[in-house]
Design a protein around this ligand. Structure first.
Ligand code: MV4
Length: 504
């Protein structure tokens, strides 16, 4: 049985994983880079070891160093989190060879799903629907032209080694085909060292809907329903929710069944996610399978009541799943907003820096998974996501209202964050009506950009407001003495809240 877990990650997910370890009575080991000495995951863990300089390649991706720490600390398992080494089959192999448990699927499952063309072929064999297109690498121009016209424009060229939007090209007409093909190929060659490219029919305005899968080593498979992830910007998810506003009970059953079939085709073990594109006629197509825990897993945890990290660890211990498909229910509605340290008014530039004040929302139905604290300096070397805000309520409408309430309470100064941007998403008609697809952000950009700004832009107002508070305090004292009514501050307070000057 696992007693000590090395978490090969940083940031919120490292803390998230260690939280479950603590609840299970397991010791946790942190690894950190030279700029992460003061990071939250280092403070939270029972032990922490520096694995190298700030650059990911020299620290969080340094397989040999991480294995050395695992042996030194006598960790019996490694949790990779997401990103970094989480979908690296070589890492999983070396962990196993060192006699340590890799908390994740088999090397074969990682390899098969990591190669999109291989995954696509396997899905076709397994009867899982894929987007109409080719089964093979397109390696000459005549074949390319012939197949593209057979499928019919618009088409999409995709790099087999890609995924998550990397190495993709949309081609609307034959005149652009060869040029786009050559660009896709050379891009794939330099990015992945593998220039295999295949063709798919282009699906206009699809939804991105994914299914959470869990499997044990005894051949039990369940799905934990869907997550709607269509609110994305440049293949970066911004808001996720479950259930999907698009879903019907019949579609859910069919998609869940196919998600399990996809997982079974690689003898999947542990937590995984099967991504689908869903078109406007509710046809669905397998896109890819992510062989890791995902950023957005908390919304699934919230509606199903299942701790996915705890389940991963139990599965890694060889225990059978403690629940069956028929035990699982979607209770209420959960939404996640990703909070990035970035400035959407400046082309979404990352904004690393020192967090001056942070006051996180609390109260019924709210969860935050974060890692920054007052005085913490966010390094520029890693992902700018600093926290995830999750709301839950019995209905979607209430979950949105609760999210708006929590975003109103969420105060971070010193850095720019995406709090104002996601607040606008919660107010956009198309979002509120559940009437959105993967083009939501670009289609609503004017509305989403139009917001009040934050305190950094209102220094003069702050000075004025402080003077005003001072003044009202004097009035209040005078009022107390003479027993008259308190002066009305509400208009000022409302203004200050909107400008992010006043905390509450
Ligand atoms: C597509 C598509 C339309 N048709 N494939 C983007 C991420 C990668 N996993 C696959 N992606 C897409 N593949 C076909 N045949 C549209 C997208 C796509 C998209 C998918 C999911 C979420 C957001 C997206 C944004 C733009 C394009």
């Amino acid at each position: 049985m696992i007693k000590k877990v090395l978490v090969a990650n940083r940031g919120e997910i490292a803390v998230r994983v260690m939280r479950s370890c603590r609840e299970m009575g397991l010791k946790s080991v942190a690894i950190y880079s030279e700029v992460d000495r003061k990071a939250m995951h280092v403070r939270y863990a029972d032990e922490a070891y520096c694995v190298g300089p700030a650059t990911s390649a020299e620290s969080y991706l340094n397989i040999e160093k991480i294995l050395k720490v695992a042996k030194e600390s006598k960790a019996d398992a490694i949790h990779p989190g997401y990103g970094f080494l989480s979908e690296n089959a070589l890492f999983a192999k070396k962990v196993a060879e060192a006699g340590i448990i890799f908390i994740g699927p088999s090397i074969n499952a990682i390899n098969t799903m990591g190669d999109k063309l291989t995954a696509r072929q396997l899905m076709i064999e397994s009867g899982v629907p894929v987007v109409p297109g080719t089964k093979e690498n397109i390696d000459d121009e005549d074949k390319l032209r012939y197949i593209a016209s057979e499928i019919g424009y618009p088409i999409m060229l995709k790099a087999s080694a890609g995924g998550g939007g990397k190495g993709m090209r949309l081609v609307r007409a034959e005149k652009d085909l060869v040029n786009s093909y050559n660009m896709a190929k050379s891009e794939a060659r330099s990015a992945f060292g593998d220039d295999a490219v295949y063709i798919e029919k282009y699906i206009e305005s699809p939804h991105h809907i994914e299914f959470q899968i869990m499997a044990d080593t005894h051949g039990n498979y369940v799905h934990l329903f869907e997550r709607e992830c269509s609110v994305q910007r440049r293949h970066q998810k911004v808001v996720e929710e479950t259930p999907s506003p698009l879903m019907t009970p019949e579609l859910r059953e069919r998609m869940g069944e196919q998600a399990i079939a996809a997982a079974k085709s690689v003898d999947y073990v542990g937590a995984g996610t099967v991504e689908f594109l869903v078109d406007n006629d509710l046809n669905f197509y397998f896109l890819e399978m992510n062989t890791r825990l995902q950023v957005e897993h908390p919304i699934t945890e919230r509606v199903t009541g299942i701790d996915l990290v705890k389940t991963q660890i139990n599965v890694a211990n060889g225990l059978p799943l403690s629940f069956k498909q028929e035990d699982l229910r979607q209770n209420g509605h959960a939404i996640e907003c990703r909070i990035y340290a970035e400035d959407h008014t400046n082309n979404f530039m990352p904004c690393p820096g020192v967090v001056k004040n942070i006051s996180e929302p609390l109260g019924l139905g709210i969860r935050t998974d974060g890692y920054v604290y007052e005085g913490y300096e966010i390094p520029y070397h890693y992902d700018p996501m600093i926290s995830k805000l999750i709301s839950w309520a019995p209905t979607r409408h209430e979950a949105i209202e609760r999210m708006k309430r929590a975003l109103y309470e969420y105060k971070i100064t010193g850095i720019k964050t995406s709090i104002p941007f996601v607040s606008r998403i919660m107010q956009a008609d198309d979002f509120v009506e559940g009437n959105y697809d993967t083009h939501f952000i670009e289609n609503n950009m004017d509305f989403l950009m139009d917001e009040e700004g934050d305190c950094n832009d209102y220094c003069e107002d702050i000075a004025l407001f402080i003077a005003y508070l001072d003044y009202t305090e004097k009035l209040q004292k005078a009022a107390d003495k003479t027993n008259v009514a308190t002066p009305n501050q509400s208009a000022w307070k409302e203004y200050a809240r909107r400008k992010n000057i006043l905390r509450l």
